[in-house]
Design a protein around this ligand. Structure first.
Ligand SMILES: Cc1ncc(COP(=O)(O)O)c(C=O)c1O
Length: 406
């Protein structure tokens, strides 16, 4: 099974420094399966045309393909309406659309916003900019020592600050922690807040059902789920999206333009100003089909096995401290760690010499690192095509690095 999955990813055959590539930077971006590459190639070779505008056959068929991916995404995250699926350039753009729209229409000076210490900069920075503009108050949920959110603390912060908005990552891109979003959303709604779930790290690992979890908005990127860069999704409840102002103004998102004013197109076009990334949308559709072909249950099972194996194996590296939950439940296969006395960048550089690609730095989560009194960590992030043999290679390379630095 694993070999047949790996065979679908041409890049995994690559050798780096004369060693088989071990790609452990999947939280940053995943590699691409052949079906996705071929779908984009086929589009450009034989179907390329602008969508929505042409009356000729080629444009009509491109439009049909593009719009069929909207239905596919709707089913994939179990949204109630196809207009609730907005194509964006990525999770960052999706979050910015929600933040600027809410700040402009729903929020007032003095309103509180509740985020967590494990948020990606894509959630924190737009809110900081909006807070400065609008005089909003930002509050951050602190984390437990093992990198979780304590629901008791969350409840108390909801009661104390009465936030109008809660922004929460489904899975931390540093800790691998899976947050109990369903319970958190229900608590936040009872307290009167709207909730945006950042699903950038969960969408390729576990089933995300927007109606079941009850979120108001959800954001994710195509390139972290075996799809291309430059495409992402914003989901929002129809009633909320209808009230939210557009973020990108121009062609495609209008109903009528006069010298005096413009009326906007209905959903979803209102949020899709400009020529859309048609090939990327088609690539996203192929990536979703690829995930569905394997099945999210099978993916989760394989990744849970990898997680349990990695947690055990990393314990054998002397001086290694793992950030985040040390047990396999409610956790994605993302392992950030430090090794006493060795800088994360040195570790990543030395691992590269062994053909192992990991990330070193703050992983766009400086507040999280600060809360653990760190500047940086090493992150090995796995996904469905990784193997226990690759984890063994990481552990033996780390053991050799530790020995060298002694
Ligand atoms: C949790 C999380 N949110 C948001 C983002 C932003 O995604 P993108 O850069 O694709 O917009 C990332 C990317 O690393 C992420 O890990």
């Amino acid at each position: 099974m694993i070999n047949s999955i790996r065979n679908q990813f041409p890049i995994l055959k690559k050798r780096i420094r004369n060693r088989a590539l071990v790609y452990f930077d999947n939280a940053a971006t995943t590699q691409k399966p052949r079906v996705m590459l071929e779908a984009m190639d086929k589009f450009y070779r034989s179907q390329n045309a602008p969508v929505h505008r042409g009356v000729y056959s080629l444009a009509e068929s491109a439009t049909a393909e593009y719009e069929s991916v909207r239905d596919q995404v709707k089913d994939f995250i179990h949204a109630a309406h196809r207009e609730e699926i907005i194509f964006t350039s990525g999770a960052t753009a999706s979050i910015n659309t929600v933040v600027s729209g809410l700040a402009e229409t729903f929020l007032h000076a003095g309103d509180h916003i509740l985020l967590s210490d494990m948020e990606h900069h894509a959630m924190i920075v737009p809110w900081q900019a909006a807070a400065r503009r609008m005089k909003l108050k930002l509050n951050f949920i602190p984390l437990t020592k093992d990198g979780r959110i304590d629901l008791g603390v969350f409840r108390r912060m909801l009661a104390k600050h009465k936030p109008k908005f809660v922004g929460i990552t489904h899975v931390s891109n540093v800790l691998g922690t899976e947050n109990p979003v369903r319970e958190m959303i229900s608590l936040a709604h009872k307290a009167g807040a709207l909730v945006l779930v950042d699903a950038a790290q969960s969408i390729a690992h576990a089933a995300v059902d927007v109606q079941k979890i009850g979120c108001d908005f959800l954001a994710f990127s195509g390139h972290k789920m075996y799809g291309p860069t430059g495409i992402g999704v914003l989901y929002g409840k129809k009633k909320l999206l209808e009230r939210l102002p557009p973020r990108i103004f121009g062609g495609h998102m209008i109903e009528q333009v006069t010298r005096e004013k413009t009326t906007y197109a209905p959903l979803p076009e209102k949020f899709e100003g400009g020529t859309p990334p048609v090939a990327e949308v088609i690539g996203l559709g192929a990536a979703i089909s690829f995930i569905q072909g394997i099945g999210l249950k099978n993916i989760q099972k394989q990744e849970n096995e990898l997680t349990a194996y990695a947690l055990r194996a990393l314990k054998s590296v002397s001086g290694l401290t793992l950030l985040g939950p040390s047990s396999a439940g409610a956790r994605a296969p993302i392992f950030s760690f430090t090794i006493k006395g060795i800088h994360p960048h040195d570790i990543a550089t030395l691992l590269d010499r062994e053909g192992i690609a990991v990330r070193a730095g703050h992983h766009c989560a400086q507040i999280l690192h600060e809360s653990f009194s760190l500047d940086a960590s090493v992150r090995a992030s796995l996904c469905l095509y990784n193997t226990t043999q690759e984890i063994d290679r990481l552990v033996s390379a780390l053991t050799a690095i530790v020995r060298k630095f002694k």
